[in-house]
Ligand binder design. Structure first.
Ligand code: ATP
Ligand code: MG
Length: 335
């Protein structure tokens, strides 16, 4: 498998920069979409504070971590202050309240893995999922957003990778492939590993931000405006990085022994995490450590069949980027 770990990139790779940047620009949400999100949040806030004066609403996920595409749904977390609430009860009550306003398709899904209320706002056209007390997701959203402010190449790379994953059908956790969140962690790790590095390891620096969520201590350096220019000693272009990213996951990553960890800013071993055996449904065939819930492997959705699909897609992408005369068409071809 690792037969191509030292392959050289094609000489004309930078020809692709303009194509990748064009795709990136075309996927960025326009300003008016952000305005509509705020409008919907204000409406939801009004209802929530009316019913639960101490509760708070937070945006999380791709609508708040800077890695969201245009026309995405939004993810909202209702923080109740009290950790011991009955989530189903709250969600059913919330659904009743929102039904009586102008919102459409309001549904409480209380038996889902993450119980939510779904709805569509006909005024802004935005669909939204609301969950209860999922504060770790709110905090990991802030971590991703902070990383995105350090070097624009992270956002560019993650957009290209997400766009590739969605086009190729490998961004479906219920089919055993990876979440968008997992792909962004892979991009952060990859940029931490370049020489010179393009991203620092924020959790390995002085602590300027600290919260305790569900008994997990979340702390890191969040004064990222002080890290402007951090990656400027590395002059790699977006096309070179996209090429190297797929080359890494196709031919260089050691799937048998390694875990990627943005918390450590390096690879760590499966052995030290005790992720070498299958336990229950956790197979650990590709290991991506959550930055805060460190016992959580984002690769745990991947099974024997889908690891093959994923690795074949990484290899396909690497081959196209290496040899195809017109890689941008082929790379994003619908599966
Ligand atoms: P998309 O643009 O595809 O909707 P997204 O960033 O909203 O992307 P999701 O994978 O839907 O990505 O996840 C939404 C948010 O939920 C993530 O940003 C993250 O904060 C949190 N999240 C998702 N999956 C996990 C997970 N397995 N463990 C911890 N947090 C997660
Ligand atoms: Mg989402």
């Amino acid at each position: 498998r690792n037969h191509r770990s030292h392959i050289e990139c094609r000489g004309d790779i930078n020809r692709l920069n303009a194509h990748f940047l064009e795709i990136y620009e075309s996927l960025i949400p326009p300003e008016e979409e952000k305005e509509k999100q705020k409008q919907l949040m204000a409406l939801l806030n009004k209802h929530v504070t009316n019913e639960w004066p101490k509760a708070q609403l937070f945006l999380y996920g791709s609508c708040a971590n800077s890695f969201g595409f245009r026309k995405s749904d939004i993810d909202v977390c209702l923080a109740m202050g009290d950790a011991d609430v009955d989530k189903s009860e709250i969600l059913l009550r919330l659904a009743d309240i929102l039904k009586s306003d102008n919102l459409e398709n309001v549904q409480a899904l209380t038996r889902a893995r993450v119980p939510i209320v779904k709805l569509m706002d006909p005024i802004t056209g935005i669909s939204c999922d609301i969950c209860v007390n999922n504060m770790l997701a709110v905090v990991n959203t802030k971590l991703l957003l902070d990383y995105s402010k350090i070097d624009v190449r992270l956002r560019q790379l993650a957009f290209i990778v997400k766009h590739w994953a969605k086009s190729r059908g490998v961004n479906e956790t219920y089919q055993g492939t990876l979440s968008s969140y997992a792909y962004v962690l892979m991009c952060i790790h990859f940029l931490q590993q370049r020489t010179p590095s393009i991203l620092p390891c924020l959790q390995g620096m002085e602590v300027t931000y600290k919260v305790n969520v569900d008994n997990v201590e979340c702390c890191y350096f969040d004064q990222v405006e002080k890290l402007q220019g951090f990656g400027s000693r590395n002059g790699e272009s977006i096309a070179q990085l996209v090429w190297a990213f797929f080359n890494y996951w196709a031919y260089c990553h050691d799937y048998t022994n390694d875990v990627i960890s943005i918390r450590m800013g390096s690879l760590i071993s499966k052995r030290e995490k005790d992720w070498t055996r299958r336990i229950g449904n956790d197979r650990h065939l590709i290991c991506i450590e959550d930055p805060f819930e460190v016992s959580h492997d984002l690769g745990r959705v991947v099974d024997k069949r889908s690891i093959r699909v994923l690795r074949e897609e990484f290899e396909r992408a690497a081959e196209i980027l290496q040899y195809d005369p017109n890689p941008c068409v082929k790379l994003f071809e619908p599966y």
